[in-house]
Design a protein around this ligand. Sequence first.
Ligand code: SAM
Length: 275
Amino acid sequence: MDAPLSPGLYIVATPIGNLGDISLRAITTLRGVAAVACEDTRVTGKLLHHLEIKQRLIRYDDHASEATRDHILALAGEKPVALVSDAGTPLISDPGFKLVRAARERGIAVTSLPGPSAAIMALTLAGLPSDRFLFAGFLPSKDKARREALRGLAAINATLVLYETAPRLTDALAAIGEELPAREIAVARELTKRFEECRTGSAAELIAHYTAAPPKGEIALVIAPPGAGPAVEHDVDALLLAALATEKASQAAAAVSRATGLDRKVLYARALELK
Ligand code: SAM
Protein backbone atom coordinates (compact mmCIF):
# COMPACT_ATOMS: atom_id res chain seq x y z
CA MET A 1 0.00 0.00 0.00
CA ASP A 2 1.48 3.37 -1.04
CA ALA A 3 1.62 6.24 1.47
CA PRO A 4 -1.33 8.63 0.99
CA LEU A 5 -0.57 11.75 -1.05
CA SER A 6 -1.10 15.19 0.46
CA PRO A 7 -3.53 17.59 -1.22
CA GLY A 8 -2.24 19.65 -4.15
CA LEU A 9 -1.64 19.65 -7.87
CA TYR A 10 0.73 16.98 -9.20
CA ILE A 11 2.13 17.68 -12.70
CA VAL A 12 2.88 14.23 -14.11
CA ALA A 13 5.01 13.61 -17.22
CA THR A 14 3.94 10.61 -19.31
CA PRO A 15 5.70 8.73 -22.16
CA ILE A 16 6.21 10.26 -25.62
CA GLY A 17 5.92 6.89 -27.34
CA ASN A 18 7.53 4.10 -25.37
CA LEU A 19 5.24 3.19 -22.47
CA GLY A 20 8.24 1.82 -20.57
CA ASP A 21 9.27 5.42 -19.91
CA ILE A 22 6.58 6.02 -17.27
CA SER A 23 8.27 6.50 -13.88
CA LEU A 24 7.48 4.48 -10.76
CA ARG A 25 6.52 7.69 -8.99
CA ALA A 26 4.21 8.66 -11.86
CA ILE A 27 2.44 5.30 -11.50
CA THR A 28 1.99 5.55 -7.73
CA THR A 29 0.84 9.16 -8.07
CA LEU A 30 -1.67 8.41 -10.81
CA ARG A 31 -2.97 5.60 -8.64
CA GLY A 32 -3.08 7.69 -5.45
CA VAL A 33 -4.74 10.93 -6.60
CA ALA A 34 -8.46 11.68 -6.28
CA ALA A 35 -8.74 12.68 -9.96
CA VAL A 36 -6.63 13.17 -13.09
CA ALA A 37 -7.07 16.34 -15.16
CA CYS A 38 -6.16 15.54 -18.77
CA GLU A 39 -6.31 16.95 -22.30
CA ASP A 40 -8.14 14.02 -23.86
CA THR A 41 -9.93 11.48 -21.70
CA ARG A 42 -9.60 8.76 -24.38
CA VAL A 43 -5.80 9.16 -24.65
CA THR A 44 -5.27 9.22 -20.88
CA GLY A 45 -7.87 6.48 -20.43
CA LYS A 46 -5.74 4.21 -22.63
CA LEU A 47 -2.57 4.93 -20.66
CA LEU A 48 -4.34 4.29 -17.34
CA HIS A 49 -5.88 1.10 -18.71
CA HIS A 50 -2.37 -0.08 -19.69
CA LEU A 51 -1.22 0.69 -16.13
CA GLU A 52 -4.30 -1.05 -14.70
CA ILE A 53 -5.35 2.14 -12.91
CA LYS A 54 -8.98 3.19 -12.57
CA GLN A 55 -9.32 6.93 -12.08
CA ARG A 56 -11.78 9.77 -12.28
CA LEU A 57 -10.83 11.87 -15.34
CA ILE A 58 -11.57 15.58 -15.76
CA ARG A 59 -11.04 17.08 -19.22
CA TYR A 60 -8.83 20.17 -19.01
CA ASP A 61 -6.93 22.46 -21.36
CA ASP A 62 -5.95 26.12 -21.12
CA HIS A 63 -9.11 27.11 -23.03
CA ALA A 64 -11.27 25.42 -20.39
CA SER A 65 -13.82 27.60 -18.62
CA GLU A 66 -13.02 29.37 -15.35
CA ALA A 67 -15.61 27.05 -13.80
CA THR A 68 -13.63 23.94 -14.81
CA ARG A 69 -10.40 25.47 -13.50
CA ASP A 70 -12.15 26.46 -10.24
CA HIS A 71 -13.53 22.96 -9.89
CA ILE A 72 -10.07 21.34 -10.32
CA LEU A 73 -8.44 23.82 -7.93
CA ALA A 74 -11.16 23.44 -5.29
CA LEU A 75 -10.54 19.70 -5.40
CA ALA A 76 -6.74 20.15 -5.32
CA GLY A 77 -7.12 22.33 -2.20
CA GLU A 78 -8.52 19.32 -0.37
CA LYS A 79 -7.18 16.26 -2.16
CA PRO A 80 -4.30 15.26 -4.46
CA VAL A 81 -5.09 15.93 -8.14
CA ALA A 82 -2.84 15.05 -11.11
CA LEU A 83 -2.46 16.95 -14.36
CA VAL A 84 -1.25 15.03 -17.42
CA SER A 85 -1.19 15.88 -21.13
CA ASP A 86 -1.56 13.50 -24.06
CA ALA A 87 2.18 12.79 -24.06
CA GLY A 88 5.35 14.08 -22.45
CA THR A 89 5.60 16.87 -19.93
CA PRO A 90 2.50 19.02 -19.32
CA LEU A 91 2.96 22.77 -20.03
CA ILE A 92 5.67 22.07 -22.67
CA SER A 93 3.65 23.03 -25.78
CA ASP A 94 0.77 21.52 -23.82
CA PRO A 95 -1.92 22.76 -21.41
CA GLY A 96 -1.25 23.55 -17.78
CA PHE A 97 0.27 27.03 -17.48
CA LYS A 98 -2.98 28.75 -16.46
CA LEU A 99 -3.82 26.00 -13.99
CA VAL A 100 -0.41 26.11 -12.30
CA ARG A 101 -0.47 29.89 -12.14
CA ALA A 102 -3.94 29.92 -10.59
CA ALA A 103 -2.99 27.15 -8.13
CA ARG A 104 0.04 29.11 -6.95
CA GLU A 105 -2.04 32.29 -6.60
CA ARG A 106 -4.44 30.39 -4.33
CA GLY A 107 -1.65 28.91 -2.21
CA ILE A 108 -2.34 25.36 -3.39
CA ALA A 109 0.71 23.08 -3.26
CA VAL A 110 2.13 22.34 -6.71
CA THR A 111 4.70 19.69 -7.44
CA SER A 112 5.98 18.17 -10.67
CA LEU A 113 7.07 14.63 -11.47
CA PRO A 114 9.74 14.96 -14.16
CA GLY A 115 9.83 12.61 -17.09
CA PRO A 116 9.90 12.42 -20.89
CA SER A 117 9.87 15.50 -23.07
CA ALA A 118 10.66 15.40 -26.79
CA ALA A 119 12.51 18.75 -26.58
CA ILE A 120 15.03 17.53 -24.01
CA MET A 121 15.43 14.14 -25.64
CA ALA A 122 16.10 15.77 -29.04
CA LEU A 123 18.69 18.08 -27.47
CA THR A 124 20.50 15.12 -25.91
CA LEU A 125 20.65 13.29 -29.26
CA ALA A 126 21.57 16.05 -31.70
CA GLY A 127 25.27 16.42 -30.90
CA LEU A 128 24.84 20.21 -30.83
CA PRO A 129 25.88 22.50 -27.95
CA SER A 130 23.64 21.74 -24.97
CA ASP A 131 24.98 24.31 -22.49
CA ARG A 132 22.60 27.06 -23.67
CA PHE A 133 19.38 26.32 -25.47
CA LEU A 134 16.08 27.98 -26.23
CA PHE A 135 12.91 25.96 -26.65
CA ALA A 136 10.58 27.88 -28.98
CA GLY A 137 7.68 25.45 -29.37
CA PHE A 138 5.95 25.21 -32.77
CA LEU A 139 6.76 27.70 -35.54
CA PRO A 140 3.70 29.34 -37.14
CA SER A 141 2.30 27.31 -40.04
CA LYS A 142 2.01 30.23 -42.51
CA ASP A 143 5.23 31.00 -44.38
CA LYS A 144 5.31 34.77 -43.69
CA ALA A 145 4.69 34.38 -39.95
CA ARG A 146 7.14 31.46 -39.79
CA ARG A 147 9.90 33.55 -41.37
CA GLU A 148 9.18 36.45 -39.00
CA ALA A 149 9.41 34.09 -36.03
CA LEU A 150 12.71 32.71 -37.35
CA ARG A 151 14.13 36.21 -37.85
CA GLY A 152 13.26 36.87 -34.18
CA LEU A 153 15.32 33.81 -33.19
CA ALA A 154 18.26 34.39 -35.56
CA ALA A 155 20.47 36.44 -33.22
CA ILE A 156 19.90 34.31 -30.12
CA ASN A 157 23.19 32.88 -28.98
CA ALA A 158 21.89 29.43 -28.08
CA THR A 159 20.94 26.13 -29.65
CA LEU A 160 17.28 26.28 -30.72
CA VAL A 161 14.79 23.49 -30.12
CA LEU A 162 11.49 23.50 -32.01
CA TYR A 163 8.52 21.22 -32.53
CA GLU A 164 7.32 20.55 -36.08
CA THR A 165 4.86 18.35 -37.90
CA ALA A 166 5.80 15.87 -40.64
CA PRO A 167 3.73 17.51 -43.43
CA ARG A 168 5.33 20.90 -42.72
CA LEU A 169 8.92 19.66 -42.25
CA THR A 170 10.41 20.51 -45.67
CA ASP A 171 8.73 23.96 -45.77
CA ALA A 172 10.05 24.68 -42.28
CA LEU A 173 13.56 23.51 -43.26
CA ALA A 174 13.47 25.75 -46.36
CA ALA A 175 12.57 28.76 -44.22
CA ILE A 176 15.24 27.86 -41.62
CA GLY A 177 17.86 27.47 -44.41
CA GLU A 178 17.14 30.99 -45.67
CA GLU A 179 16.54 32.86 -42.42
CA LEU A 180 19.21 31.06 -40.35
CA PRO A 181 21.77 30.17 -43.03
CA ALA A 182 24.75 27.82 -42.54
CA ARG A 183 23.44 26.18 -39.38
CA GLU A 184 23.67 22.49 -38.65
CA ILE A 185 20.19 21.08 -38.04
CA ALA A 186 19.02 17.84 -36.42
CA VAL A 187 15.68 16.26 -37.26
CA ALA A 188 14.72 14.10 -34.25
CA ARG A 189 11.81 11.92 -35.32
CA GLU A 190 9.63 9.31 -33.65
CA LEU A 191 11.65 9.49 -30.45
CA THR A 192 11.47 6.43 -28.17
CA LYS A 193 9.45 4.61 -30.87
CA ARG A 194 10.28 1.82 -33.32
CA PHE A 195 11.42 4.10 -36.15
CA GLU A 196 13.34 6.59 -33.99
CA GLU A 197 15.93 8.58 -35.93
CA CYS A 198 18.07 11.66 -35.44
CA ARG A 199 19.38 12.87 -38.79
CA THR A 200 21.73 15.84 -38.96
CA GLY A 201 22.86 18.01 -41.85
CA SER A 202 22.40 21.35 -43.55
CA ALA A 203 18.89 22.52 -44.43
CA ALA A 204 19.60 21.64 -48.09
CA GLU A 205 20.78 18.09 -47.26
CA LEU A 206 17.78 17.45 -45.04
CA ILE A 207 15.33 18.87 -47.59
CA ALA A 208 16.84 16.58 -50.26
CA HIS A 209 16.48 13.57 -47.98
CA TYR A 210 12.92 14.25 -46.78
CA THR A 211 11.71 15.18 -50.27
CA ALA A 212 12.88 11.77 -51.49
CA ALA A 213 11.58 9.99 -48.38
CA PRO A 214 8.65 12.00 -46.96
CA PRO A 215 8.72 11.74 -43.16
CA LYS A 216 6.00 10.28 -40.97
CA GLY A 217 5.36 10.68 -37.27
CA GLU A 218 6.39 13.25 -34.70
CA ILE A 219 9.33 15.59 -35.10
CA ALA A 220 11.51 17.88 -32.99
CA LEU A 221 14.14 20.13 -34.60
CA VAL A 222 17.43 21.20 -33.06
CA ILE A 223 19.35 24.06 -34.70
CA ALA A 224 22.97 25.00 -33.97
CA PRO A 225 23.64 28.46 -32.50
CA PRO A 226 24.86 31.25 -34.82
CA GLY A 227 28.56 31.25 -35.62
CA ALA A 228 29.03 27.57 -34.79
CA GLY A 229 30.28 27.08 -38.35
CA PRO A 230 28.57 25.57 -41.35
CA ALA A 231 26.81 22.25 -41.23
CA VAL A 232 29.22 19.37 -40.80
CA GLU A 233 30.85 18.56 -44.12
CA HIS A 234 31.54 14.85 -44.21
CA ASP A 235 34.51 13.63 -46.26
CA VAL A 236 32.24 11.09 -47.91
CA ASP A 237 34.91 9.58 -50.18
CA ALA A 238 37.27 8.96 -47.27
CA LEU A 239 34.49 7.34 -45.24
CA LEU A 240 33.41 5.17 -48.17
CA LEU A 241 36.98 4.12 -49.03
CA ALA A 242 37.59 3.11 -45.41
CA ALA A 243 34.39 1.07 -45.36
CA LEU A 244 35.12 -0.47 -48.81
CA ALA A 245 38.39 -1.86 -47.47
CA THR A 246 36.40 -4.48 -45.56
CA GLU A 247 32.86 -4.41 -46.94
CA LYS A 248 30.88 -4.71 -50.17
CA ALA A 249 29.64 -1.48 -51.81
CA SER A 250 26.07 -1.93 -50.50
CA GLN A 251 27.24 -2.55 -46.92
CA ALA A 252 29.72 0.33 -47.10
CA ALA A 253 26.98 2.67 -48.36
CA ALA A 254 24.62 1.53 -45.57
CA ALA A 255 27.29 2.03 -42.89
CA VAL A 256 28.25 5.51 -44.13
CA SER A 257 24.55 6.42 -44.44
CA ARG A 258 23.97 5.44 -40.80
CA ALA A 259 26.98 7.47 -39.69
CA THR A 260 26.28 10.62 -41.69
CA GLY A 261 22.54 10.63 -42.34
CA LEU A 262 23.28 10.96 -46.10
CA ASP A 263 21.18 9.14 -48.67
CA ARG A 264 22.11 5.45 -48.99
CA LYS A 265 21.37 5.21 -52.74
CA VAL A 266 23.56 8.22 -53.54
CA LEU A 267 26.33 6.73 -51.38
CA TYR A 268 25.97 3.36 -53.09
CA ALA A 269 26.39 4.95 -56.54
CA ARG A 270 29.51 6.76 -55.30
CA ALA A 271 30.88 3.57 -53.72
CA LEU A 272 30.58 1.78 -57.08
CA GLU A 273 32.50 4.59 -58.78
CA LEU A 274 35.24 4.45 -56.16
CA LYS A 275 35.67 0.68 -56.38
N1 SAM B 1 4.46 17.97 -23.96
C1 SAM B 1 5.13 17.25 -25.02
C2 SAM B 1 6.60 17.05 -24.65
O1 SAM B 1 6.95 17.26 -23.48
O2 SAM B 1 7.40 16.66 -25.49
C3 SAM B 1 4.97 17.92 -26.37
C4 SAM B 1 3.54 18.09 -26.79
S1 SAM B 1 3.35 18.88 -28.34
C5 SAM B 1 1.61 19.09 -28.40
C6 SAM B 1 3.57 17.57 -29.49
C7 SAM B 1 4.82 17.78 -30.33
O3 SAM B 1 5.96 17.35 -29.60
C8 SAM B 1 4.83 16.92 -31.60
O4 SAM B 1 4.13 17.57 -32.65
C9 SAM B 1 6.31 16.85 -31.88
O5 SAM B 1 6.77 18.05 -32.46
C10 SAM B 1 6.88 16.74 -30.45
N2 SAM B 1 6.96 15.31 -30.08
C11 SAM B 1 6.16 14.65 -29.23
N3 SAM B 1 6.52 13.35 -29.17
C12 SAM B 1 7.57 13.19 -30.01
C13 SAM B 1 8.38 12.08 -30.38
N4 SAM B 1 8.16 10.87 -29.88
N5 SAM B 1 9.38 12.29 -31.28
C14 SAM B 1 9.62 13.52 -31.78
N6 SAM B 1 8.88 14.60 -31.45
C15 SAM B 1 7.87 14.45 -30.59
